[in-house]
Each structure stands twice: as C-alpha cells, then as structure tokens.
Design a protein around this ligand. Sequence first.
Ligand code: MOS
Length: 738
Amino acid sequence: MSARTGILGTGMDRSDGRLKVTGAARFSAEHPVPRAAHAVIVQSAIAKGRIASIDARAAEAMRGVLLVMTHKNAPDLPAPRPPAQDGQPPGPKLSLLQDDEVFYNGQPIAVVVADTLEHAQDAARRVKVRYAPQKALLDYKLARLEGRKPASRPERPADTSRGNVPGAMARAAVKVDALYTTPIENHNPMEPHATIAAWEGDTLTLYDSTQNVSGVRKTVAARLGIAPENVRVICPYVGGGFGCKGNTWSHVVLAAMAAREAGCPVKLALERTQMYGPVGARPMTEQHLGLGAAADGKLAAVTHDTISHTSFLDDFTEPCGAATRILYASDSLRTTQRLATMNLGVPTYMRAPGEASGSFALESALDELAYALGMDPVRLRLRNYAERDPEKDLPWSSKSLRECYRVGAERFGWARRSPAPGSMRAGRALVGWGMATATYPANRQPARASATILADGTAVVRSGSHELGTGTYTVMTQIAAEALGLPVDRVRFELGDTAMPQAPVSGGSMTVASVGPAVHAAARTARDALVAMAVADPASPLHRADDVTVENGWLLRRGAPDTREPVAAVIARHGGEAVHADSQAAPGDERKQYSMHSFGAVFVEVHVDPDLGTIRVPRVVGAYGVGRLMNAKTGHSQLMGGIVWGLGMALTEKTEMDWRTGRAVNANLADYHVPVNADVGAIDITVVDEHDPHINALGAKGIGEIGITGVAAAVANAVYHATGKRFRDLPITPDKMI
Ligand code: MOS
C-alpha cells in the first residue's frame, strides 16, 4: 500500500510532539472554562459501614464555598442502583452519594465546591463525618475461602477445559506444581484523572481525561437520566491511561452533578493519593500452575487456576488463564477463575490485564519445567509450539513466534548461556539469563471516521479516538496522508470528541487496528470523489482520463505522471467546496475463521549483588510479530514502555496496603516504585516482518500491551539462573533475596 509514497511504517516524528513539549497541548484540567469553580472529593475513612451523620455546616460557612454535596442533599438519580444481574453482586458500581453505605476506605462520600482550589480543599477537611463502622473483609485468606465464580461471557469464559487433564497429568513423566502471586498495583499516569463539567441549559460538556469519550457520554447520560445527545465529551490529550481511564468512575458523574447543583462549571482533578482507591487498580492474583510433560518435553497437561480479588461494589476479573489456553499445544488443559471479594475499591484493567500477570505464572512454570527436564527453555517452548490455536482449533491469521525466538536468541547471544544456576559471573555479580514468551490478542472493534479535503489542498480527518501518548495523532495522520495522496504536513488529524465520528475505547491495544481502517476508508472515499470530479471536468487536464490517482498533493495519471494538476485546482473550479466523506470499518467473519494474536519473545540479563540482593537489568532483548508496524518510532517506544513496565512489575511495583484500615500506605510517586531511567539498561527491540492478510486492511495488530507480557517471568527466570533461587511472589525485592 505504501511502497510508493513510503509514509506508512516510517518513524515520522510525533505530529503533536512540539505541542506537548511546549505546553501548548491542553490536558483535561487545563481547558479554559469561564467561571469554573473547583471541586474536591471527601473520602470515607472507614472500609465498611454507614455514615451515621455528616455535618457540613462548618464547611458551608467558609469563605468561597458554593456547595457541599453529600448523600443528604445530592440530587436523586433515576437509577441509583442498577438491578442485580445473574451472577453479579447487587449494589452500585459508582459512588454517587445516593445513600449512606460505605464499601471501601477512600470511597467518595461528599463533594465540596468553592471559588478556589484552596478554599475547596480547606472546606473539605471540615466536613464532619460520624461513622457506624461494620467489620470489613480485608483478610485475603478469608475472602478466598468464599471464592466466587465470575459471570462467564462467551469471549471470556470463567472456566475452560479440554482433553483428559487428570489422566494426562497422572501419566506425565515430569511435573511442575507451583503457586505464583502478584500484588495489587496502581496506575500512575503522569496526568491523574480530571474532569471539567459545564452545563448550558440541559446540555452538558465534559472535559474529561479518558480512554473512551463515547463511553463517558453513555455512562454519564445513563446515570443522570438524560439523552446521550445532550452530553458532549472532549479529550484531545490524555497524559497516560494504561487502563484506569477506560472506565467512567464516580468523580466524573459527581462533577456533572456538582456543576448542576452549584450553577456553574466545576473542575474536579484527583490528587495523586486519590488515584489509589476510587479509580481502579490491578487486582492481586494467586495462580496455581500445574504442568505435566513427557521426558522429551512435550506438554501433556496444563492447569492454571486463578483467584483475583474484587470489590463488593462490582466484579472485576483478571483473566490470567486467557493466554495459557492458546500459547502451547497441550491436548489437555484446564483454566479456572475465582474471585475473592473484599472491602476495597473496584479493580480494573491495567496494561495487559490477565496476560501480564498470567504470563508471569505460566512462563515461570515453563522455566521450572525446563530445569526439571534438563532442557533449554527456548527448545522447550519450540517443542510445544502451537501451529494453530489449540483452544478454538483455528488457524492463526499470522504467527511469527518461531522467528521471534530465533531473532531474539541471536541478538541476545543465548547460545553462549551456561545453563547451571550460579554458573555465570561478571566481577562479583551473579549473572542470570532468562527468557519468556510474550503474547496479546489482536483485538478490533467497529469505528467511524470522516475525511474532508479543503479548498487549500489540505485535509482534515476526524475520529473520536484518543491520544494517550501512544502516537494516535501521528499514526492516523500517516494513514490518512497515505490514503489521500497528500504530504503528511497537509493533513490534520483530530480526535477526542463525541461530536466526531465514533471510535471504540482506546484499550485492548486496538486503536490502530480499529480506527486505522476507518480513517483509511474515509480518506480513500474522499480521494476517489476528488478524482471523479477532475475526470468529469472538461477544464481538467485529467478530463476523461483513466487510472487517475493522487500523489504528494497532485492528481495525476499513473502511466503518465506529467498529466497532472494540484488538488486545490480541482476544488477551486468547483466553487471551493470541500470534498467530504464519512466511512466506517468493522471486523467481519474473518474472526470466525482465524485466531488473531500477537506473539513475541523476551530475553533478559540480570546482575545480582550476592551481598545486597539488589538486582540490576543491564539489557533486555525483545522480538515481536505484530503485523505491519505503522510507525517505527512510536511503535518501538510503545514496546519499550511495555518492557520498562514489566521490569517494574518484576522488581519494584506493589501497592502496600494497611490491612487494618484498607488504605494504601504508599499512595504517591515517591513511595510507589516505578522504574526510573537509572533502573533501565539497554533495550533492544526487533519487530519481525509479518504479513497478515486477514486482520484488517492495514495488516496492523496492536502493540500497546504485548510489551509488558512475559517480562516479569523473564526477569524471575534470569534471577533463578543467577542465584538458584526461585521467586514466585512479585515483586522480587532485595528483602526476599537475602
Ligand atoms: Mo488497556 S489495560 O486495555 O487500556
């Protein structure tokens, strides 16, 4: 498609890069809304119980205070508690001040609105709350005893089974049976959640930091009982999301309620500490892995039983077994999923939810099996290579995993590994080399886009998608320019507005695969309309010509490129009227015929200080098959970001809870440890050539999440190789090492 113009795939600089570094890009709390007041959320100080009394008089009397909204005076919403559905717990998912019940420590229980942020913060501290506490369930060991089966959805079954697992396991020559645990992790995007709500009559405008503008519109309209058409959500930039901005949380609806009650626009920005509780987290998981293999390494049985924690307000499932079902060709396999319900905020999606935590357990267990067999870990994986999807019994739309193992191993120098634990050194440091497989589904949803070619020969292309720092503006500009036949600097791509054609949530690594084809279709339709105008126009040098296309801003004949005229000239002769096209693109039956996933291989070197137990990661090599890469630079950055997060998952990240109170004690960026530049060594990424004719018109799979998968296991496996100690509980901190 791009062979001639070479726009797609090149590492074009970010089209929004200059706006970002100069501060001109507006994030949600920065939109200049006249007369906007400031809102602050008051959070519960107990984990379970009732609000016995709430006294707002002192707060209301303070200077600048416009409103103190509590469950006593908040407007009644039409459906404060959606009816319980089968298999779902009763109760509201959002905390919208409709009653006096408290389900977790940190739950929003009041909103204070004042003329300045300082006045609002000051008044929020003076809201007096008396609680009638009840005994909270904050003991995971108790909660897991009452493990509940989550509701199954066709695409995400709670339990699966194939073959004869007990029989195959009993006959297996070599077995691994191990328990792996991962902690609660919290999202720490640079930009915390923020919302500005402004009413004009019955219509509401929300400037909200979200991965899903149309989802926010739908949720807010439903909870307020107004028509979705009366809600507009605007979000041109997101300062990082990673899943926590995929849902619509309480504060968004509360901002809209407060703005209506206060009679003025309201700005509500969460503080960093408020990111730990009311807006999701990766749940803790406990994963029991069983592997049974023949002496030659062939897997005969796999079991993966997961318990993840959830909240009394709603079910959230971390589907750790999802990747296990498809990754290796074992005839017998069982996965189960249970929920341990606790008095905590509702967990949510965090980068590769399921695959990140699940691949830690599965790929660690594979390494344990390799040692039990005395077999090289890469060879063991090749021995069990799945030539087709073993769960759905479908061919892959494309799979380059064999090539990823080969390229990764070669670039890493894997052949020089001496397999015995503790057998490699660098000075005093124990050196370990470990590897793991990476995988993530190639998701896609329907999307719409529009393309308008203007009189000056430039084009504006729109889709209500999102820019999370991932490169959506840049990549969609490339796709549109390529399809329009215009240079990239004559194409402006716009996103992040429900007034634009609808796009899906920017989650599940599916923005490029979903929105890209819609942008491509709209741009092609507009280009074709422009060509038809020229061909029908006796004044055009291309009148009645065949094989006319648009390249680099010129309409021309393919066989005779000297017969040409500029785009602007055609439009000028038509009264300067813009050429407009609306298109949609959606997945079709190909998803019933092929199984669609990305795969990769990640190799890690660790240096362990034998006295201090500290672990450094001087280098990581990753090789990935992700279909066609749309932009080499932003694509590599995405994969690299995923790997860096994987290092954090392996070595530093954990939300430390005070289990007496149900509050996070490290709810800030100083105490919640994510890797900084000094923690990250050389990262070498290869995207292998992969042609996928089935996935979509662009041949592109997603890259947002696969980078984190496998990394924690590769680190843990490298630590085992270095030290002979197997770590099955993340993160691997020095206190566990010594
Ligand atoms: Mo991603 S966790 O689907 O935003």
